[in-house]
Design a protein around this ligand. Structure first.
Ligand SMILES: Cc1cc2nc3c(=O)[nH]c(=O)nc-3n(C[C@H](O)[C@H](O)[C@H](O)COP(=O)(O)OP(=O)(O)OC[C@H]3O[C@@H](n4cnc5c(N)ncnc54)[C@H](O)[C@@H]3O)c2cc1C
Length: 520
């Protein structure tokens, strides 16, 4: 990949039009940019903040069919998601891995026969499932029952997947860039003139408030929670479709239970809450469903959501969780396709792609899941292909690994050993963490000599890793590195975070001086 500091051709003078201007650097925008660039399209993606700043870093991080959607008869969505689960486990085995989910049966809630039927369907809707199937559990005999209260005597255990959501977004952007796409972060689409077959779009660089006009044959509106406002308020295009914004929040507490299994807990209000092993030392608990009509850019957990999540787990585990145990929280807004459901939990999680080709085409993405992003991107390209001949090339993303994911899932531990053979000074924890975050790209970060890894910024974050993230993954601030490219923020002190930010600031200043000297 070329350095992201290089001045792109498009800034050097008159340029040919882009085929596609993608608005939004969440999972859907980056997935579509990757797919289109791989088919030879000239792609520009603009993201107003950092990549994955909004919904795509605030998910429960499940690569799942969505067991509970079966209750709403969402068979198409569940089947597509289960097939995608298998594909994504193959193309990104570093950042996506299988997880077992324990479902305690509660006498007051759904009957056992209903759970068994749902799980049977869940195991069989995807015919090429490679993950272990459902099993019934006697909690008195099985280790998974140990952290649970005595009243829970039986339940089930089934398979799904887990993803580092914001890293999935960045890997899609990296792959798109390797295939020729230009990715501008901190850049907003502020307006566009529509011609019969060409857009003239104004984009603003929010770092220095400079604006520029770019030409594009088509626009993809993957603005997530802003999809409808971008369409109506910025581009003045009428559409029948809309989104329902539903806030969802999570809490992180010190580890509640041993083992690599997660728990799926039924609540009396019929909602479910997950308790998931998180970053080695913690448990992640979520989520909530709260209708949201305020600014989608500033979302925080409310105290009553924290209480609700604590109560949900306290119904099941021996060890009680109090709001004061919470070490971190995050919240995001689901941009759900508005199907006019009365209840926020019942709104469809399926997606709708709306193409307006009455002049230069625009495709808008309503709804979607992290799990289905790849298929959504394929469908988006299929819908645009009649209007953009470059997109007529065959589908290609189903089997092509994302950056660093070019190994078999079963070979993960072997890859960690390989990395340690190459850089024997790495602790087994660091080698494991680098492999989980960067896969085979970890070999670009590690060096043979421990001293060459450079300054340590707390936890096991080295200068080499920081430089890699600044040079190859569009990170710009300590926050980007500690909370989106990684979750090392959970382990790094405030002082270390400030030291990291100082290092980044100096590096930017040095790079700026070097460019100025070259120009002089
Ligand atoms: C609480 C919660 C839990 C979830 N759990 C799961 C789960 O476990 N599994 C799963 O599969 N899915 C899950 N989801 C759903 C999933 O996270 C979302 O469907 C997905 O992240 C949406 O991605 P997106 O790209 O459409 O939106 P976003 O990630 O929000 O990206 C849209 C981007 O567009 C940018 N943008 C907007 N306007 C402009 C503009 N004018 N110019 C430039 N950029 C602009 C925004 O800054 C934003 O970054 C969950 C969602 C939530 C909220």
């Amino acid at each position: 990949m070329s350095s992201i500091r290089e001045v792109p051709d498009s800034l050097k003078g008159t340029e040919p039009p882009y085929d596609l201007l993608v608005v939004g650097g969440g999972i859907n925008g980056c997935g579509i940019a990757r797919d289109a660039a791989g088919r030879g399209a000239r792609v520009l993606l603009v993201e107003q903040d950092d990549l994955a700043s909004h919904t795509s870093s605030a998910s429960t991080k499940l690569i799942h069919g969505g067991l509970r959607y079966l209750e709403y008869y969402e068979f198409r969505l569940v089947r597509e998601a289960l097939i995608e689960r298998e594909r994504l486990l193959k193309i990104a085995p570093h950042i996506i891995w299988p997880m077992r989910f324990v479902l305690p049966h509660s006498k007051m809630l759904r009957p056992a026969w209903l759970l068994r039927t749902g799980l049977f369907l869940y195991d069989h809707l995807c015919t090429n499932m490679t993950l272990p199937k459902t099993r019934a559990i006697d909690f008195k005999k099985d280790a998974t029952g140990k952290p649970l209260q005595n009243q829970y005597v039986r339940g089930f255990e089934y398979s799904d997947g887990w993803v580092q959501d914001s890293r999935l977004v960045v890997l899609n952007a990296m792959d798109a860039a390797q295939r020729g796409a230009e990715i501008y972060t901190h850049t907003r689409l502020t307006g566009a003139k529509r011609g019969p077959d060409m857009w003239e779009a104004t984009i603003e660089n929010l770092s220095d408030n400079s604006t520029r006009v770019v030409k594009a044959r088509a626009i993809v509106n993957a603005a997530g929670p802003w999809v409808a406002s971008l369409l109506h308020d910025t581009l003045h295009i009428p559409s029948r479709n809309n989104v329902r914004l539903v806030k969802g929040s999570h809490i992180v507490v010190p580890k509640l239970f041993e083992g690599s299994q997660a728990y799926i807990l039924q609540n009396p209000d019929k909602r479910i809450v997950f308790a998931i092993p998180y970053e080695g030392k913690f448990t992640l608990i979520g989520t909530t469903d709260v209708p949201w009509d305020q600014d989608a850019g500033h979302v925080e957990i409310a105290p009553d959501e924290i209480d609700y999540l604590c109560e949900s787990v306290n119904r099941y585990f021996d060890k009680a969780v109090r709001p004061s145990d919470v070490v971190w929280t995050y919240a995001g807004v689901r941009p759900l396709y508005d199907d006019n459901s009365g209840n926020a939990s019942a709104v469809t999680r399926d997606y709708v792609l709306d193409v307006d080709a009455s002049a230069a085409p625009i495709l808008s993405v309503f709804g979607g899941k992290i799990t289905t992003f790849r298929k959504l991107a394929e469908h988006a390209i299929e819908k645009l292909a009649p209007h953009l001949s470059v997109l007529k090339k065959p589908e290609w993303t189903a089997d092509v690994a994302l950056p660093g994911g070019d190994f078999e899932r079963s070979a993960f531990q072997r890859q960690v050993s390989k990395l340690q053979d190459f850089a024997p000074h790495l602790s087994s924890h660091t080698a494991w963490r680098l492999m989980r975050n960067y896969g085979t790209r970890a070999l670009q970060i590690a060096t043979r000599e421990s001293g060459d890894m450079g300054e340590n910024f707390g936890a096991d974050l080295s200068r080499r890793e920081v430089d890699y993230l600044l040079d190859h993954e569009w990170a710009r601030t300590a926050h980007d590195i500690l909370w989106r490219r990684s979750k090392l923020g959970l382990f790094v002190s405030q002082d270390d975070a400030e030291r990291l930010q100082n290092y980044i600031d100096h590096r930017h200043t040095d790079a700026h001086h070097a460019v100025m000297q070259d120009v002089a």
